[in-house]
Design a protein around this ligand. Structure first.
Ligand SMILES: [Zn+2]
Length: 386
């Protein structure tokens, strides 16, 4: 039995190698695939035939001018395959159905003033997924549902470990959803997911080691080294928001039970809790050059700068990407200050770090759908060791 299973795994891995190449290389021919994968031409031909029968791959026009027989380029049949992405935030759930060329086919959202219990949160996620599945032109071509959550997530086992905002604890989200909708379900923490996708094909594609920091309702962080997410021993790595950053009169108690954490003043939730101000109010006051607001902004920039400087010294990333609503509203004002502080305080050997920020909101439901596409083309090398 073991042998049969290994052979099946090998067959699957070979197929994924071919699919992955066709996805990542434009106009690649069967001959080139055989050269690049070290598979025999016959094996490649068999795999490609199967992929074409399944509507996953199409042939293009022969490449004219090439020596010998004109090779036929292959391409992913992107507009025939679909992915659903769902962004689960504290007060809303947004979903998108896209094809593999990232064209949006349908959207569905639920706005909630706050979830009461885990079943209510699950019901809303299920409803968004269900409405989008209804819109899929051919169900067998839906390759999965990706879910981005503002939560501590065990993505391998599909479990939401903890999220006070979503009222979930040890919640087997992927399994419960798969029972109702029979498609692959991938779940991931929202910031980790941004890091995964930006490292795959986005702004961090040429980075060896980087961190993504989302300053939003709360604060989240993700650490990526050699394209691998560092999740820590209990999936908690990257808790940038709970690094102690404030002292004296700025030291407020934190929801984590401690005090002086970065999130107590640098997140929308912290501003409301400790300064009785919404992020919009704060941003407007800063724009109007209100002296108190400017003072607070400087305090925030100093704290983020010092904290980031320590993190950069400790981890030696080549890139830092800031995102989230706080950055969208105020990033242009305070990120330059943060960069200056980091440059002045990190070791010379860490000074090559580039700190960038996104001004336009990230489309997190689209990013969640991209997780499905990424998984679909992934080569599961871990199967080789089974
Ligand atoms: Zn805290």
């Amino acid at each position: 039995m073991q042998k049969v299973s290994s052979q099946q795994n090998l067959k699957f891995i070979n197929q994924q190698k071919v699919l992955n190449l066709i996805y990542n290389q434009t106009r690649i021919s069967r001959v080139e695939i055989a050269e690049r994968t070290a598979l025999t031409q016959q094996t490649v031909t068999n795999i490609v035939n199967r992929l074409m029968e399944d509507d996953l791959v199409v042939e293009g026009k022969p490449i004219a001018g090439a020596k010998g027989r004109n090779p036929i380029p292959l391409a992913i049949n992107g507009n025939k395959m679909y992915a659903i992405g769902i962004e689960v935030a504290i007060k809303y759930i947004k979903g998108k159905l896209i094809d593999f060329q990232k064209k949006v086919i349908a959207e569905f959202s639920i706005v909630d003033t706050g979830f009461e219990n885990s079943e209510e949160t699950f019901e809303c996620i299920r409803k968004v997924a269900y409405e989008l599945v209804k819109e899929v032109p051919k169900k067998s071509n839906l390759k999965g549902i990706g879910i981005s959550l503002q939560a501590l997530v065990d993505s391998k086992n599909g479990i939401v470990i903890y999220s006070p905002g979503l009222v979930m604890k040890e919640f087997p989200l992927a399994e419960k959803l798969r029972k109702e909708l029979d498609f692959p379900i991938y779940i991931e923490n929202d910031v980790n997911l941004v890091a995964i996708i930006e490292n795959e094909k986005g702004r961090l594609v040429d980075s060896k080691c980087n961190i993504v920091l989302k300053l939003d309702h709360g604060i989240g962080g993700a650490i990526m080294n050699q394209k691998q997410l560092i999740v820590g021993a209990s999936n908690v790595a990257g808790e940038f928001g709970h690094i102690k950053a404030f002292t004296g009169t700025n030291r407020y108690s934190c929801v984590c039970g401690s005090a002086g954490c970065l999130t107590t003043l640098v997140s929308a939730h912290g501003l409301l809790r400790n300064k009785q101000m919404t992020l919009n109010d704060f941003s407007e006051k800063v724009q109007a050059a209100d002296p108190e607001a400017i003072h607070l902004l400087n305090t925030i920039a100093q704290a983020v700068g010092r904290t980031l400087s320590n993190v950069v010294t400790f981890l030696n990333p080549d890139r830092v990407l800031f995102a989230g609503k706080v950055i969208e509203k105020l990033g242009d004002r305070f990120v330059p200050q943060v960069i200056q502080i980091v440059n002045e305080t990190v070791l010379d050997t860490c000074k090559n770090v580039s700190i960038i920020h996104v001004i336009n909101p990230l489309d997190e439901s689209l990013i969640a759908a991209e997780l499905v596409i990424k998984n679909f083309f992934e080569i599961p090398l871990e199967l080789l060791s089974l």
